[in-house]
Design a protein around this ligand. Sequence first.
Ligand code: NAP
Length: 341
Amino acid sequence: MTGAAGFIGGWVVRNLLDKGYRVRACVRDTEDPERTEFLRAMPGHVSGRLTLHAADLDDAGCFDDIFAGCHGVCHVSHVTDYNDADYVRRVCDHIIGSINDSGTVSRVIVTSSIAAILTEGDIHELVRRPVLYEDRNPDENSPKRTPERGHGYAIGKLIAQRAFSDAAAEHGGWDAITVCPADNVGPIQSKHQKNMGPWQHIIEGMLTGSYPQTGAYRPWMTVDVRDDAECHVRLLSSTAVRNGERYIAWSTDTRNVEDVCASIDRLLPELRHDAPEVTDDFPDHVKAREAELRAIWAGCELRNDRVRAATGVEFRDLDASIRDCVESLLSIGAVVPRQKA
Ligand SMILES: NC(=O)c1ccc[n+]([C@@H]2O[C@H](COP(=O)([O-])OP(=O)(O)OC[C@H]3O[C@@H](n4cnc5c(N)ncnc54)[C@H](OP(=O)(O)O)[C@@H]3O)[C@@H](O)[C@H]2O)c1
């Protein structure tokens, strides 16, 4: 799997090991202790069931030896630049080439994002089509949907989804299923993951005394990172899914950013967290539309019936994810929280 040292990837590795799989975990630098120590500490590594491999997506052929003999691939990692569509296609081709050459891979899980479902050039498209489910795509004809306007990530994720399912259809020997995770909250497993995210990093900011409004007043639309990993692994082994399908991984819980921060003291009063005030760093023209934007998000309907039917995953509620995220940031991330006098 790619992106094994990441927040989601790390939980996919643990979940696979817990279910008895053999795992080839790809990271860019196997010698970087900050990013790989937690993987080496997993019991499966001691026995050799988990092995670490150096691979950079940007290098063609780098997965050839690693994928040979594998039955499944989870492509969880980020890419270096989502704003360059040609680069995104090239990187997909690198991975697809190694999958085709393996002769053994039969299922590929591609990690996309809810951005590929709901990030609109014109936010009013969410008023016209407010049901957020797997068949929904952003309006791809919107002239405002450009990398320059911040849509590179959503565009890149759709390119990858289609590149993999088209290549699988052409090859015929493997299939590609896309997972679209929502905002991942939950425990980090390694200190370096507190700086990634963004969501666990924003919670770190809340603990240490600052946090900004996020996503043009979009509430957090969440999934526990452990449940996200469970979706990945169950889809990897499911016989009920078909090439080209995608599944949204979210609990359908939503919470405004200021309420996420207030939740810390409610859930962990012993911590005596001194909750800071939210800052609003949006430009004035966005601030002026706060009520309108909040109403648009409130009018959206989040659906997860398809992923629940396909995988049987029961999603944790957000309180458990926030509690476990905070405790891991303190214990593993060594974050020192701002406390009441
Ligand atoms: N976190 C969320 O809330 C969220 C929500 C929706 C979708 N997603 C998607 O889920 C995936 C994982 O997200 P995450 O939050 O777990 O990310 P993360 O913690 O930042 O980890 C991403 C990993 O990608 C790897 N990577 C980046 N560029 C690479 C390259 N050129 N070659 C090889 N590896 C590369 C990094 O590997 P090294 O450690 O080896 O450098 C890193 O560990 C991403 O595809 C992201 O778009 C995340």
